[in-house]
Design a protein around this ligand. Structure first.
Ligand SMILES: Cc1cc2nc3c(=O)[nH]c(=O)nc-3n(C[C@H](O)[C@H](O)[C@H](O)COP(=O)(O)O)c2cc1C
Length: 394
């Protein structure tokens, strides 16, 4: 079976559902061409505005559990071997204070968009921020040959009045599809989406979360150079928030939603698609892994679909949404069952059980649940690397 990876988002054709996101990995035409060589399905460029941004330095800081463990290791020499072993975990997030593009918009119109178009892929521009700025920039950007425009709501937050004004101005200024990039700070995204739906052709969710603060404990100083030392969070840590936001938006519109936030594997992308996304964008994973990340994720999506008997991402799009509103509140204790063939007796479930309700039986070397103590919290089920523990579902 061959999986059909071409998708269409609001009439914009993509060679696969993995896009670049506005950020340093889409900062100019050359960078976008590199992403195309890395197997991306379509291009989204860095946000431009009427004035180039004055970008603080340093403006990116990885959040890495391994790194803080390493500091501990330095302090506790006798435990270095153990800590080194757990130091292999990757970054769980990234803080940034990169703002929008530091290039004048004229340079984007003349050089960067035309250069990016050489890739032969669809190109979505990202434009900010006020209605006046969009009214000025959007027609110029359209004339430069881009296929769609994403507008950032990062600085207008959750005021539907301002949002509608921005969206309406943009929609009236151009004929190409217009996408609203949503902030995770909007309170009720389904209601918000319904209120603004008529002014846009699609949604993108989410932008970064914050402001956040990260301190270097050797100096006591913040690690980022922006005002107050603050930065905005992206990467794996925000994925569950982003997936929830995509689901909320998808329940408020029939228009396409593009998921973004912590996508670094094909499984991440599938999760977004199951919650209603037509495509995903990748930023932090591309910063940390390089341009081959796009092709890798696309290949992983195709493998998942093929191994589950699907021939297109469309087969699984939105399939989780029907489960969300109907899930009943379950308050009774429901102990998990153990698949003894799958259980390796590794004991991870035992270590993570705060109720002392699961242990590896020394005779069988298999996990065993004490149903009297089990609270049905679910940690052991989620931590088991062999999927040997499961809850009964109906
Ligand atoms: C360094 C950096 C710069 C970013 N710049 C922009 C930007 O100019 N415009 C925008 O809408 N989003 C911007 N973002 C947000 C990303 O496009 C994306 O929405 C967010 O990082 C979540 O995706 P991720 O977890 O894959 O990084 C930026 C993110 C990072 C990390």
């Amino acid at each position: 079976m061959t999986v059909e990876m071409n998708v269409d988002v609001a009439g914009i054709p993509l060679r696969n559902p993995v896009l670049t996101a506005a950020g340093p990995t889409s900062r100019d035409g050359d960078t976008l061409l590199q992403a195309a060589r890395g197997g991306v399905g379509g291009l989204v460029a860095k946000t431009i505005s009427v004035k180039p941004a004055e970008v603080p330095r340093p403006n990116m800081q990885t959040l890495d559990r391994g790194k803080s463990q390493w500091l501990l290791a330095t302090a506790m020499q006798n435990q270095i071997v153990h800590l080194e072993r757990i130091n292999v975990r990757g970054a769980y997030g990234l803080l940034n204070h990169e703002l929008w593009s530091d290039k004048p918009y004229e340079k984007w119109l003349k050089h960067e968009y035309p250069k990016a178009k050489e890739a032969g892929l669809s190109l979505i521009a990202s434009v900010g921020y006020t209605p006046e700025e969009l009214a000025k920039l959007a027609p110029l950007v359209e004339k430069a040959g881009v296929d769609g425009i994403e507008f950032s709501t990062h600085y207008i937050e959750s005021d539907p009045k301002v949002f509608n004004e921005v969206a309406k101005t943009l929609k009236e200024a151009v004929d190409i599809p217009v996408f609203a990039k949503m902030s995770p700070h909007v309170k009720d995204l389904t209601v918000f989406t319904k209120a603004v739906d008529k002014h846009v052709d699609g949604f993108v969710a989410i932008n970064t979360l914050g402001p956040c603060l990260h301190i270097d404990i050797e100096t006591g100083k913040p690690l980022l150079g922006g005002p107050g030392g603050v930065g905005w969070l992206s990467g794996p840590a925000i994925k569950p928030l982003a997936v929830r936001c995509v689901a909320d938006i998808a329940r408020g519109t029939s228009k396409p939603v593009i998921g973004v936030g912590g996508v670094s594997t094909g499984s991440d992308a599938i999760e977004f698609v199951m919650c209603g996304a037509s495509a995903v964008q990748v930023c932090t994973a591309a910063i940390l892994e390089g341009n081959s990340v796009y092709g890798r994720i696309a290949t992983e999506i195709a493998s998942y679909l093929e191994s589950h008997g699907h021939d297109s991402p469309l087969d699984v799009r939105g399939i989780s949404l029907k489960h969300l509103p109907t899930e009943t509140l379950r308050i009774e204790s429901l102990p998990p069952t153990v698949d003894e063939e799958a259980c390796s007796g590794c004991g991870l479930c035992n270590k993570s059980c705060t109720y002392s309700a699961i242990a590896v039986n020394p005779d069988t070397s298999k996990a065993q649940v004490d149903t009297n103590l089990c609270y049905g919290c679910g940690v052991c089920v989620s931590i088991c690397p062999h999927r040997a523990l499961s809850f009964q579902t109906n």
